[in-house]
Design a binder for this molecule. Structure first.
Ligand SMILES: [Zn+2]
Length: 439
């Protein structure tokens, strides 16, 4: 490349400066062009291209496995695998073909993970796909987890619910042993699995003298942030639970058993760097008019829970997928925010893990370290929503009529469930759908 006055000033830039330009100012397409320019640029461009590998569809995963030279695996710092089922040419392959190819690709990826000796972060996510449920069999996931190099200190596993196409025998395999092996090396961990047991964080040892086996937690000397989703929202105010889709709502006893085991991590010396240990589940709406469903965020270190009310909406910009209205706690803005289920998870989790504009899923600390710009999830404020829609919420109408806030994100005990019921002020009563003053 030459400037207009003919002097080759770009080639005189230091490698350090050139690397900065490559890293922060060039798009992926431009970087690919730089690979073809000269040997020096090729090396620099490739090192930038391979720093953050984001495989965000089944197709991208396949072509990366086929084309990316394994010799560069050792330069990868962050790896994001989100095999959403899409095709660029608009032709959908049969689910079976896609599934079989995905399994072959993930199997190869798991073998290559061992060579990613400078890897800092791995995110595997198969949720957020509306059209076809991507299945990563637990046995394959376990193989992937076993091959994670010891340099990797951030891990995210997000599989929304039990895939429909899982073959018999692929169900109910526990990943706890594979996860437990990794906990000692991790700084940040986010788990959103359809099935999870406390043995991801320790082991139950039976003692002959005691009826119930004792839980011994694993050492987590580096662990700082840990977020575990135990249930999430579904259309119509229904809830996906972590202990099987047949269960109509979240069973508090299973949440309790899980949380009680995690409490062992807070014992002195067990996880000395721990700053955030959050588990969250969800409560269905009690009354179709006078209550909302709610996320229940349980802050184990602070020993309290927070109820975040939400309700489902089915209009723009969420057409074709679920949309949620979520009421935030006062100290987090107190706003009514409209978002997708993924956006809601990000809000409930306090933006612990976010997506960069290049597609990489990273914990907030690494996002800052690599200076990656964040891709904001679809979120609208009440005012933005009102400008786009002619629909109001019953809650807003009631609050307008009574002049008071009738629903808040409440604080409770760690294992308490506080249903998100509207407060009907004294002197008011429900008449049909209208809230009226008692005459
Ligand atoms: Zn288990």
């Amino acid at each position: 490349m030459h400037s207009s006055n003919g002097s080759d000033w770009i080639s005189q830039l230091s490698t350090e400066l050139l690397l900065q330009i490559f890293e922060y100012d060039l798009t992926t397409a431009t970087l690919v062009g730089c690979v073809l320019c000269c040997k020096r640029w090729k090396e620099l461009a490739i090192s930038v291209l391979y720093k953050h590998v984001t495989l965000t569809s089944t197709e991208k995963l396949s072509s990366w496995i086929a084309a990316a030279p394994p010799s560069l695996d050792s330069t990868i710092k962050t790896l994001t695998v989100c095999p959403i089922y899409v095709t660029t040419d608009g032709v959908f392959q049969s689910p079976t073909t896609t599934r079989n190819q995905l399994r072959l690709d993930l199997d190869q990826l798991s073998a290559r993970l061992r060579c990613m000796v400078t890897l800092r972060s791995l995110s595997i996510s198969a949720s957020g796909n509306r059209f076809y449920e991507i299945c990563i069999p637990d046995l394959l996931m376990a193989k992937i987890l076993q091959n994670i190099p010891e340099t990797c200190s951030s891990l995210e596993l997000d599989v929304k619910h039990r895939p429909l196409d899982a073959s018999p025998g692929e169900q109910n395999t526990h990943l706890c042993v594979s996860i437990r092996r990794l906990v000692p090396q991790l700084q940040t961990l986010r788990l959103a699995l359809p099935c999870i047991c406390p043995e991801s964080f320790g082991t139950f040892l039976s003692q002959s003298s005691k009826i119930t086996p004792e839980f011994t937690p694993v050492q987590a000397p580096k662990l700082q942030d840990c977020i575990i989703r135990l249930a999430s929202a579904r259309g119509g105010g229904r809830i996906w639970t972590f202990d099987g889709s047949r269960c109509p709502d979240v069973s508090l006893s299973s949440v309790k058993a899980f949380v009680e085991c995690l409490l062992a991590l807070t014992a002195p010396g067990q996880a000395p760097l721990l700053q955030k240990l959050w588990v969250y589940d969800a409560l269905p709406a009690g009354d179709p008019i006078l209550s909302y469903a709610a996320y229940v965020r349980r802050d184990i270190l602070a020993n309290k829970s927070r109820t975040l009310p939400f309700t489902n909406i089915f209009t723009r910009p969420y057409r074709g997928g679920d949309g949620l209205l979520i009421r935030m706690p006062a100290e987090e803005g107190g706003q009514d925010l409209f978002t997708t289920p993924q956006g809601a998870a990000e809000l409930v989790e306090g933006h612990g893990w976010t997506t960069a504009t290049n597609g990489a899923r990273l914990p907030a600390t690494l996002m800052a370290k690599y200076r990656l710009p964040r891709r904001h999830c679809i979120t609208q404020t009440k005012a933005e929503w009102a400008a786009d829609n002619q629909i109001s919420m019953i809650l807003w109408e009631y609050e307008k009529v009574t002049g008071t806030r009738l629903l808040d994100a409440e604080t409770g005990g760690l294992l308490e469930d506080r249903p998100a019921n509207f407060r009907i002020p004294e002197g008011w009563e429900l008449n049909g759908l209208d809230l009226e003053r008692v005459s």
